[in-house]
Design a binder for this molecule. Sequence first.
Ligand SMILES: [Zn+2]
Length: 119
Amino acid sequence: MTIKIDISYISDELKSAIQNAIKQKAASESQDNNHTDEYRKIVLYDNDRQKAKQLLEDVLKKNQFNDYIIVDNINEEDEIAILRKDDLEQLGIFVCSHCGTPFASEDERIIHQRMHYFV
Ligand SMILES: [Zn+2]
């Protein structure tokens, strides 16, 4: 599966941290499978969403980019995005504070979040 990572909302510093991490990983798996589309999207071939998210989470943690979050694109199945927490609601994205699932409205998020309290 091909995974696209939307990096158009993040700082240059974070962009290069992510690109370095992907390069290192590609080197250790002896494949060169990433392409950056004018620095707005990173495309990973032969990857899956879970692995890609894990990689990005590691980068965020290691470099202490605590104000960023990784979300699934609600409209594109093969796309994930890295967004600043501050930008989320402006973009019309409401993210569950427990599991990170994105919703298109605050109501949907509240209904979903309630579920976590009963598990
Ligand atoms: Zn949740």
